[in-house]
Design a protein around this ligand. Structure first.
Ligand code: ADP
Ligand code: MG
Length: 307
């Protein structure tokens, strides 16, 4: 189990993170969300032992994670960190990069392992391509495979799919998180993408203004977002008098209602239109199956049970 005990840290004087505490059990997946600059990457780097803490402690089971003041080599053996800016060996092949840390004493096993990992990140056809010839997204996948090569107990992923296009992202996510669950690899993912969280995380923590403002299951936080920041992570939402935070899909256009609005715009979203409308001088958003004319008066109802 990973235990983060009341840690605080600042690069210079101002603290970037303070009084951060949480636990992650073996095999669990935790996601860290928060606006840009909220300290997600810093938190992962602290867990990896990149910097010395101002306060607090980090333990993986009984092992205390030490910073550079107390440790010559950054990053314990059992942990891997895939940085936002992945660093690979550009002039060698994908296979060589993935196998860099694997022993050459067992060439057959090594080859088998590399192929297994190439399959997880869907790069088998690129096994012998030099890394410098790859796209950003392909490099990111090599970095993932390389981190998995010597199976870590704890994997830290910093926006792991940020360079990967939508065509590949969905299947790669499924394949990677399935692999991690099967192998019971504990995983912490810093992300700004709700699709990384909803289907794959057991817990999610939210960083805001140096602190953790929520720590709960994605299901709980989606269904009862405690504040606007959390709601906005999941989708378009409204703050309505008497109702509080309401997602756009929880408003329904109906024939008759005391709640009225004037349509300002319809945005095509594929399986629905997002209707932007003015309700009592306030802009609201409603999901609707059809586009609507600007200026049209609509009536709407609120159903917070709608999913
Ligand atoms: P996130 O990953 O959530 O975008 P970061 O952890 O990268 O946030 O950054 C948190 C804060 O720390 C930001 O204000 C950023 O400017 C600052 N910061 C990050 N890295 C450094 C650094 N190496 N030196 C000084 N300040 C840094
Ligand atoms: Mg970051």
């Amino acid at each position: 189990m990973l235990q983060i005990k009341n840690i605080s840290f600042g690069y210079k004087n101002a603290l970037v993170l303070q009084n951060i505490s949480f636990n992650v059990k073996k095999g669990e997946h935790l996601s860290v969300i928060g606006e840009s600059g909220s300290g997600k990457s810093t938190l992962l780097k602290l867990i990896y032992g990149t910097y010395d803490l101002n306060e607090g402690q980090i333990f993986w089971n009984d092992t205390k994670i030490l910073g550079p003041k107390y440790n010559l080599i950054i990053g314990p053996e059992f942990m891997k960190y895939v940085a936002q800016e992945f660093d690979l060996m550009p002039f060698t092949t994908v296979s060589e990069n993935i196998g860099e840390f694997l022993s050459n004493f067992f060439p057959k096993e090594k080859q088998k392992r590399i192929i297994e990992l190439l399959e997880v990140v869907e790069l088998l056809p690129f096994a012998n391509t030099k890394v410098k010839e790859l796209s950003g997204g392909q490099k990111q996948r090599v970095a993932l495979a390389r981190a998995l090569a010597k199976q870590p107990e704890l994997l830290l992923l910093d926006e792991p799919f940020s360079h990967i296009d939508n065509f590949k992202k969905q299947s790669l996510r499924r394949s990677l998180f399935k692999y991690l669950k099967e192998k019971e690899i504990t995983c912490i993912v810093a992300t700004h993408d709700k699709d990384d969280v909803l289907s794959y995380s057991d817990i999610m923590i939210v960083l805001h203004e140096t602190r953790i403002i929520a720590n709960n299951s994605p299901l709980q936080l989606y269904n009862s977002p405690e504040n606007k920041l959390i709601a906005s992570f999941f989708g378009e939402f409204n703050v309505l008098e008497h109702y509080g935070l309401v997602y756009a899909n929880q408003l329904k256009i109906v024939k008759k209602s005391a709640l009225k609005a004037i349509v300002c715009n319809s945005y095509y979203k594929g399986n629905f239109y997002l209707i932007e409308a003015k309700h009592n001088e306030q802009i609201i958003f409603i999901e609707h199956p059809e586009t609507l004319k600007n200026g049209l008066e609509i009536s709407f109802s609120v159903d917070k049970n709608l999913k």
